[in-house]
Design a protein. Structure first.
Length: 755
C-alpha cells in the first residue's frame, strides 16, 4: 500500500483491527508454557515463546496489527494492543476525554525531572485508563518527542523539549520512566535529524558527524542509558541517502547505546520490508491489519536469505520483549487487573488535574517584571481586562475541532480546558472581568465569548481604559504550532517567521498606551518576536501550551498564589538571523532545497535535501560562538523572590562540585541550578563556550539555604573527535560553571576529567 494511504489509515482514523490472525499451527501452547508465567524474567519468556512460533508468526510480529495497534495472535494468547498518539497525552480514537496536560515544551521549562516523571506516570495511567482491557487495551503512547529545536520555527517544537540535548534527553528519560512504571511503552521519536516539518517525508538530511553524536543523537542515548527506553520511532526523513527506517547506520547507532527495545517506523515510513528489516528497524507501524499472505512471503524471504535471518530474528525478539514489558501476555493476572483498575480510576482524576495545574504553574517563565509589577494583590484589583486572541481560545479538541487544527499527533480530546477568561471569571466573578479579544484566531466576527457564554466582547482600548489590570493573552495557536499532515511537499510547513499571529504587536502597543499596567501572557511552542512591544509593558510571562488548567494557573501566578519558576529551554533571540541555521547564507541549511547543485529538480525518492551547516552551533552554542546577544539567555527565568548562588566546595579530580543556594527574598520559590562544562580546544577542534551537563531544582522558603551538589562524570566532558571518529576526553583541564542561566554562571571551578 502507498505510504500516503497508510498514513491516512493509521494516523487519521486511529483504527484497531479485530480480524484474527489464522493460526498456522493447530492448537495453542500449553497453559503451563514458561512464556505464560508472569513471574519469570522477560528474557526467559521471550526465549521460550520464540521457540514456539512459526516463521509466519515471527513475521506477523514485525508488523502492526492495525492502524493504531500491535499484537493479535490468538493462538499464543496475544491480544491486540492499542497504540495512542502522542507526546502531550493519549490522543484517543475514537474520542474519549482525558486530562489535558501542558505540552512537552512546558515539561522542559520546569527543568524538574521528578515532576516530569510524575507527568509520564500520569500520562501512562490515562493511556491505560481510557480503554478497559475488555475493549482493546492501550499500552503504548507515541512519545516523548525528542527532536531538537534547531530553529525556533520548527512547527513541532511544542512537542519537543527545546534546543539542548542534555535537557531534552533528561526530560525524555523522565517521561519514559514514568510511562514504563505503569507498563505503558513509550515510543520515543523521531530518530533522527527530523527537526522540521518542511518536506519531512521526502527529505534527505545530512550533518557533520560531530553534530549527530553530540547533539541530535544524544537525547536518545541519554534515554537509552538512563531510562532503558523500550521503543523508539524512526523518522520519516532520510539520513545520508537512506530512509531512517531503512538505515543500518542510523539504527545500529541506536543499538550502540545499549538500546534493547523495538524500533518502530513512523506511519508510512516503512517503505520496503526487505530494506527496513535489513536496515535494523523492527516493526512496521500503521498497517491495514493482519496479512497472512505478506507473512508467508516474508517468511520465505527470510529463509531465502533475502532478509538477513539474524536481523529478522532480532526484530521479532525486540518486539516481543516490548510486548512482554507492556504486560500484553499478563492481562488476566490479578496484579495487572488491580493496576488497570487504578489506571481507570485515575483517568481525569482530581490528582491528575492538580498535577496539570502544577506543571502549568512551574513551567511558566517570567521574562520581565519591571518594578516587581507581578504579583498583584487580588483584593486591590477592581477590574481585570482579558485582552487578546488567546483569552478565549481552545487549544484542545474540546470544541469538536479536528486534530489537524489542534496540533495533529499532539492533539487532545478532553472535557475540560479552562481558558484564561473562564479562569478569571471563576475567580473574580463576572463583574470584575472585561473581555476584549481584539481579533480572533478563529470565529472571526463573534460578538461574545465562547468559554464564558454571553460575556460580551468589548473594544480592547476601551476595556484597557476601564480596567486597572490588563492581561494580554497572545502568542500562537495550533495553526502554526502543529504537525504537518500529508505526504510530500505540504505547504505551509514550519512557521514562516518569528512574528506573533495576526496584528498582535500593534494591539499590545495600543492597549499599553491606554493602560500601562499590562501583563503579556504568551501561548507558544517556541520563541516569538517581542521586539516591537517589549518596552511598552512591565511584565511578560511565557505559558507555552498550558493544558486544561492553564487559565487557572495563570490566575494563580498573577495573584501570587505561586511564583513562576519555569526556565527557558531555548535561547530567546531578537531576530531570526540570530540563529545560525538562519544566517548561513544558504537555504540548504534551512529548510533545504528541492534542487541539486545544478539547479535541477531532485528525482524521487529524495526530492528534497538539507545539510546542517550550523553543525554543533545550535542554540546557545551558536549565540556564544557568533557573539549574538539574545533577548533572554537559555535557562533564564525570573521569580517573585530572589536567590543567591555561592561556591561551597569543589573536587576537580572527583568531579564533585557543590554550591550554596539561598532564597534571599521574602517569598518561597523554586530555583533551577544549572551546571555547564567548558572544554579547551582539543585536537584543533573548537569547543562551545559552555554546554549544559546537569541541573537541579530546589524549592526554598524565604531565608532558607541548601547545598546543591553535582557529581559529574568524565563523559560529561567528552567530545566527538573528527580525526579519530570516536569520543575523546580533553587532555587539558576543563572548567565547570554553575549558576542560574547560560548567561549567569557566577561559580567557576577547574575540572580534570582526563585524570
Ligand atoms: C507522526 C508521528 C505520529 C504518527 C502516528 C506521524 O505522522 O510523525 O509523530 O506519532 O503519525 O499518528
Amino acid at each position: 500500500m502507498l505510504p500516503g494511504a497508510l498514513l491516512a489509515q493509521g494516523m487519521a482514523t486511529g483504527t484497531v483491527s479485530r480480524v484474527a490472525h489464522p493460526a498456522t499451527i493447530a492448537g495453542a501452547p500449553p497453559a503451563d508454557a514458561p512464556y505464560r508465567d508472569a513471574t519469570l524474567p522477560i528474557e526467559a519468556r521471550v526465549d521460550d515463546l520464540m521457540a514456539r512460533l512459526t516463521d509466519e508468526e515471527k513475521a506477523r510480529l514485525r508488523h502492526a496489527s492495525g492502524g493504531m495497534s500491535s499484537g493479535l495472535i490468538p493462538r499464543i494468547g496475544l491480544p491486540e494492543i492499542r497504540t495512542l498518539d502522542g507526546p502531550n497525552g493519549p490522543r484517543t480514537e475514537p474520542a474519549r476525554p482525558v486530562t489535558y496536560f501542558p505540552t512537552a515544551i512546558a515539561y522542559a521549562a520546569t527543568w524538574d525531572e521528578a515532576l516530569v516523571e510524575a507527568v509520564g506516570r500520569a500520562l501512562g495511567r490515562e493511556t491505560r485508563g481510557a480503554y478497559a482491557v475488555a475493549d482493546v487495551p492501550a499500552r503504548m503512547l507515541l512519545g516523548p518527542g525528542a527532536n531538537l529545536a534547531r530553529s525556533p520555527l520548527g512547527a513541532r517544537n511544542f512537542e519537543y523539549f527545546g534546543e539542548d540535548p542534555v535537557l531534552t534527553g533528561k526530560m525524555a528519560a523522565a517521561i519514559c520512566r514514568g510511562l514504563q512504571s505503569v507498563k505503558v511503552s513509550p515510543c520515543m521519536k523521531h530518530w533522527v535529524l527530523n527537526d522540521q516539518e518542511w518536506a519531512r517525508t521526502i527529505l534527505d538530511v545530512d550533518c557533520p558527524e560531530r553534530a549527530l553524536r553530540e547533539l541530535y543523537a544524544r537525547p536518545f542515548e541519554i534515554a537509552a542509558k538512563e531510562a532503558g527506553v523500550w521503543a523508539v520511532m524512526g523518522g520519516y526523513n532520510a539520513v545520508r541517502g537512506h530512509w531512517c527506517s531503512h538505515s543500518a547506520e542510523i539504527n545500529d547507532l541506536l543499538r550502540s547505546f545499549g538500546f534493547d527495545g523495538a524500533i518502530y517506523s513512523d506511519w508510512g515510513g516503512w517503505r520496503d520490508t526487505v530494506k527496513a528489516l535489513n536496515g535494523g528497524a523492527t516493526l512496521e507501524s500503521g498497517t491495514a491489519g493482519p496479512d497472512p499472505a505478506r507473512d508467508r512471503r516474508e517468511a520465505e524471504q527470510v529463509r531465502a536469505g533475502l532478509i538477513d535471518p539474524e536481523r529478522a530474528h532480532d526484530a521479532t525478539r525486540r518486539n516481543l520483549r516490548n510486548l512482554f514489558r507492556m504486560g500484553a501476555f499478563d492481562l488476566a493476572t490479578e496484579a495487572d487487573k488491580a493496576e488497570q483498575a487504578a489506571c481507570e480510576r485515575s483517568l481525569r482524576s482530581p490528582e491528575h488535574r492538580a498535577l496539570a495545574r502544577r506543571v502549568a504553574r512551574e513551567s511558566a517563565v517570567l521574562l520581565k517584571n519591571d518594578g516587581a509589577f507581578l504579583p498583584r494583590a487580588e483584593k486591590d484589583v477592581r477590574k481585570v481586562a482579558l485582552i487578546g486572541p488567546n483569552a478565549d481560545q481552545y487549544h484542545s479538541m474540546i470544541d469538536g475541532s479536528p486534530l489537524e487544527r489542534r496540533g495533529a499527533s499532539g492533539a487532545i480530546h478532553t472535557d475540560r480546558e479552562v481558558t484564561p477568561l473562564a479562569a478569571f471569571v471563576e475567580r473574580l466573578g463576572r463583574d470584575r472581568v472585561l473581555f476584549a479579544p481584539g481579533f480572533r484566531f478563529e470565529n472571526e466576527g463573534r460578538k461574545d465569548a465562547i468559554s464564558v457564554p454571553g460575556m460580551p466582547a468589548m473594544d480592547p482600548v476601551e476595556a484597557a481604559r476601564q480596567a486597572d489590570l490588563v492581561i494580554f493573552c497572545g502568542g500562537l495557536d495550533h495553526s502554526l504550532d502543529r504537525e504537518v499532515q500529508g505526504w510530500g511537499l505540504v505547504l505551509p510547513a514550519d512557521r514562516p517567521s518569528l512574528a506573533l499571529k495576526g496584528p498582535q504587536a500593534e494591539l499590545i502597543r495600543r492597549v499599553a498606551a491606554a493602560n500601562p499596567n499590562v501583563v503579556v501572557a504568551l501561548t507558544t511552542g517556541a520563541p516569538v518576536s517581542v521586539e516591537e512591544w517589549i518596552d511598552a509593558i512591565p511584565a511578560l510571562l511565557v505559558t507555552w501550551y498550558p493544558g486544561g488548567e492553564g487559565g487557572l494557573a495563570l490566575a494563580d501566578l498573577v495573584f501570587g498564589d505561586a511564583s513562576p519558576s519555569g526556565r527557558l529551554p531555548y535561547t530567546w533571540g531578537r531576530r531570526l538571523e540570530d540563529w545560525p541555521c538562519h544566517s548561513m547564507g544558504e537555504s540548504l541549511a534551512w529548510p533545504g532545497l528541492l534542487t541539486d547543485a545544478k539547479g535541477e529538480r531532485l528525482p524521487k525518492p529524495f526530492q528534497a535535501r538539507q545539510y546542517y551547516h550550523d553543525g554543533i552551533w545550535v542554540g546557545y552554542r551558536g549565540f556564544d560562538r557568533y557573539g549574538r546577544q539574545p533577548r533572554w539567555p537559555f535557562g533564564f527565568g525570573l521569580s517573585y523572590t530572589t536567590f543567591a548562588i555561592a561556591p561551597a566546595h569543589a573536587d576537580p579530580d572527583a568531579l564533585r562540585y557543590a554550591v550554596k543556594v539561598r532564597n534571599t527574598g521574602a517569598r518561597p520559590g523554586r530555583q533551577v541550578v544549572q551546571c555547564y562544562v567548558s572544554k579547551p580546544e582539543s585536537e584543533g577542534q573548537e569547543m562551545p563556550a559552555k554546554e549544559l551537563a546537569a541541573f537541579k531544582s530546589v524549592t526554598l522558603a524565604p531565608g532558607e539555604e541548601r547545598l546543591v551538589t553535582f557529581d559529574l562524570r568524565p563523559n560529561d566532558f567528552r567530545y566527538w573527535s573528527e580525526a579519530a571518529g570516536a569520543w575523546r576526553i580533553p587532555q587539558a583541564p576543563c572548567a565547570v560553571l554553575i549558576g542560574d542561566s547560560a548567561a549567569n554562571l557566577p561559580v567557576r571551578h577547574e575540572a580534570r576529567p582526563h585524570k
